[in-house]
Ligand binder design. Structure first.
Ligand SMILES: Nc1nc2c(ncn2[C@@H]2O[C@H](COP(=O)(O)OP(=O)(O)O)[C@@H](O)[C@H]2O)c(=O)[nH]1
Ligand SMILES: [Mg+2]
Length: 287
């Protein structure tokens, strides 16, 4: 069997666990054919995968991946040529990546999982923190007749940096010692694509418009990434919040009523072709 490892990276709440849950449902339930299919069960501890897939089927949001409690999950899959592949993913809390950006530091365990052949970078399409210009803020306040308070300085903190700055830095860290392992393949996954679809942009156009710094970093190709960009809706809409007293989501009810849960899943490729097969980016990473 060929052992392949794929690292799933992304800032906190970027859709990593939801993707793993939908993927595990899709390959184990086999409601329709997929590029990579389920191989066999000799994949170590699948309790975690079963737990997150059960929440996903119930249309309930995933618990925030416990800080410090990373999970390494493996799946035995088969490619189109029926060759067995073992794919290992770490489901690390996004704080580990935030720490790389803010503190220029990571645990040895995190460094070890970065040593993977393919990289899936998750970006939540609906929570991108765009750069803001003081001059625009002032113009907006004037327009709205809101007084700008004077002398109220906000101290800068690395966490306030725009999403694209943090992501470019993360990718650069992966191409610098000690994490560098030569050129790699990178799949950029815009999660919660159902929230972005109304803008009628292709995933590639979305990248260029919303994260121009990242788009330019990838296009100028200084770090030799072989990359693709996808829009992915692993839920199809908003799921129920599991916090006590939270209002159930209308989307969740509609999604639970679909004939088969796999129909909630949607993958949009850069040529705008779409399918329910979220194993495709993985198959591409492992080609
Ligand atoms: N609308 C919508 N929300 C999503 C989708 N995928 C993930 N989310 C939401 O994005 C948030 C973060 O997802 P999660 O998988 O926990 O992110 P992680 O912290 O990167 O593991 C949660 O509130 C999810 O419900 C999707 O396809 N559609
Ligand atoms: Mg998570």
């Amino acid at each position: 069997m060929t052992d392949q490892s794929v690292v799933i990276i992304g800032l906190p709440a970027s859709g990593k666990t939801t993707f793993l849950a939908a993927l595990w449902h899709l390959v184990t339930e086999r409601e329709f054919p997929t590029s990579l299919s389920f191989g066999d069960l000799r994949s170590g501890d699948i309790t975690y995968l079963n737990e997150i897939a059960a929440l996903w089927r119930d249309a309930k949001k995933q618990d925030r991946t416990a800080v410090g409690g990373s999970r390494i999950v493996s799946m035995n899959l088969m490619n189109a040529q029926q060759l067995p592949l073992r794919v290992t993913f770490p489901d690390l809390p996004g704080e580990a990546y935030l720490r790389m950006w803010e503190d220029r530091d990571c645990e040895q365990e995190v460094a070890d999982v970065m040593n993977a052949d393919g990289v899936l970078l998750f970006v939540h399409a609906d929570t991108i923190n765009a750069p803001q210009w003081v001059i625009d803020e002032v113009a907006l306040s004037r327009h709205l007749n809101v007084e700008m308070p004077k002398g109220q300085e906000v101290e800068w903190h690395a966490r306030l940096a725009p999403t694209q700055v943090q992501l470019v830095d993360l990718l650069q860290l992966l191409r610098a010692a000690p994490l560098d392992m030569g050129p790699r393949k990178l799949a950029i996954m815009f999660s919660a694509w159902d929230k972005a679809e109304d803008e009628e942009l292709s995933p590639q156009e979305f990248l260029t418009q919303k994260l121009p710094l990242l788009a330019q970093y990838l296009t100028c190709n200084a770090d030799d990434w072989l990359w693709q960009v996808y829009g992915i809706s692993a839920q199809g809409g908003d799921y129920d919040n599991t916090d006590i007293g939270a209002r159930p989501s209308d989307d969740a009810e509609r999604l639970r009523n679909l004939d088969s849960p796999s129909l909630r899943i949607k993958l949009v490729k850069s040529n705008l072709e779409n399918s329910n097969d979220i194993t495709e980016p993985l198959a591409w990473l492992m080609e």
